[in-house]
Design a protein around this ligand. Structure first.
Ligand code: ADP
Ligand code: GN1
Ligand code: MG
Length: 364
């Protein structure tokens, strides 16, 4: 594999020579490698084989990321003391000038500058980390506000469209290609019992009560990098930056930040929402974006945590029924375990609904 990585890396316009390439991070979508260069004074890189089963339009995908990072870089440059090379992603083009490289097998690759001395968490430990994550995401929202939406291609249409996701679930359930439905009757019932309420954000959007913005749409905590002192540094994984509601970003961040355990914890007694982490994230987030949001947007932030947790659980369980084609899994049943964590979190949020609402009221 290293030989292949070295060969692919050679097609990019990067300073430094390939020394080593190793799998990196815990993303569910792409194959990600850290490339270390031979020269200590040259940068290191992230090399990714793009998942083209999911992102079929690589040209548009890369162009989106280019638009987003160029816009953010420009805004950061105007802020004294900021460091754009660490506070946003930097794409390195291929030697032919394209924002990706297509190899002989037809696989697509891309390279980013490696952001050194960062910390990344699959489970948040302290309210301070959660607060810093909230600031990072909130700041990201303000940085991308003002980006021209006409330059952004909707690479994954209907990504958080609850109606589409529920319809897809029903379709897969009826087909039941792996004969798994009979094993998970209670989980299926959980989905059906919640379906109607979960349409709320879509309805508010249709009624014009919440504005469509440009949002990140995949704000799980390990898509935020903190610096070596655990301070807010950079929001990464920009594949899904598209039109969306603020609720998508707040909700997805809470589902991961406030979970007392991991996304695939099998002991469900360890899975619940920690209100201290929720409060800290919300505080950091609101400090950055409060002035941008209308009353209805703020009112539905607590609900958005339930909705995003539900929709990701729905996608995990749909993928489980379908035979695990979308998310990378590490063992059989992994997607079911992930789905059950999400559904347990939804229940925990229902149990603590009043406290979650009060927190946002206080931060208004
Ligand atoms: P996926 O869509 O598969 O989650 P990501 O783009 O999020 O892929 O990358 C996977 C992981 O690689 C991230 O969670 C992070 O740990 C790491 N990573 C990605 N880009 C960088 C970067 N520029 N610098 C340092 N680490 C990065
Ligand atoms: C995927 O790419 P990654 O691992 O950061 C997924 C998200 C899910 C998440 C669940 C493009 O995020 O939508 O919320 O897994 N990304 C895509 O952990 O589908
Ligand atoms: Mg990621």
């Amino acid at each position: 594999m290293e030989k292949k990585l070295s060969e692919v890396f050679g097609h990019f316009s990067c300073e430094g020579n390939f020394k080593s390439g190793v799998p990196f991070g815990s993303g569910h979508i792409h194959d990600t490698y850290k490339i270390t260069t031979a020269e200590p004074d040259q940068p290191n890189y992230i090399l990714q084989r793009i998942n083209t089963g999911i992102f079929r339009e690589v040209e548009e995908l890369q162009n989106n990321i280019y638009q987003v990072t160029t816009h953010i870089r420009k805004k950061l440059s105007a802020i004294p003391g900021s460091d754009p090379d660490r506070e946003t992603l930097t794409i390195l083009p291929a030697r032919d000038g394209k924002l990706y490289y297509r190899d002989k097998e037809g696989d697509y690759w891309r390279v980013y500058l490696f952001i050194e001395k960062h910390k990344s968490y699959d489970r948040v430990e302290t309210p301070e980390q959660a607060y810093q994550g909230g600031r990072a995401i909130g700041r990201f929202e303000t940085l991308i506000a003002g980006l021209d939406p006409s330059g952004i291609h909707e690479v994954l249409p209907g990504f958080h469209d609850m109606e589409d996701r529920l319809n897809n679930f029903q379709k897969v359930l009826e087909k039941d290609p792996e004969n798994r439905a009979s094993l998970i009757r209670d989980d299926i019932q959980f989905v059906l019992d919640h379906a109607e309420e979960m349409m709320t954000i879509k309805k508010l959007g249709k009624a014009g009560k919440i504005p469509l913005r440009i949002t990140h749409n995949d704000t799980k905590f390990n898509n935020v990098l903190l610096d070596e002192n655990d301070k807010s540094l950079c929001v990464i994984d920009l594949d899904t930056v598209m039109p969306g509601y603020i609720h998508y970003d707040f909700g997805d961040a809470i589902r991961t930040t406030a979970n007392a355990s991991f996304e695939d914890e099998t002991d469900l007694s360890k899975v619940f929402v920690r209100l201290d982490l929720y409060e800290a994230f919300a505080r950091g987030f609101m400090e950055e974006v409060r002035d941008e949001l209308n009353d209805t947007e703020i009112e539905y932030l607590p609900f958005s945590a339930r909705m995003l947790t539900f929709i990701i659980g729905l996608r995990f369980i749909t993928d489980y029924l379908d035979g695990d084609h979308y998310f990378k899994i590490h063992h059989p049943g992994h997607n079911l375990e992930r789905a059950r964590v999400q559904f347990k979190l939804v229940k925990s949020m229902e149990d603590q609904r009043q406290e979650m609402e009060k927190t946002i009221e206080k931060l208004r």
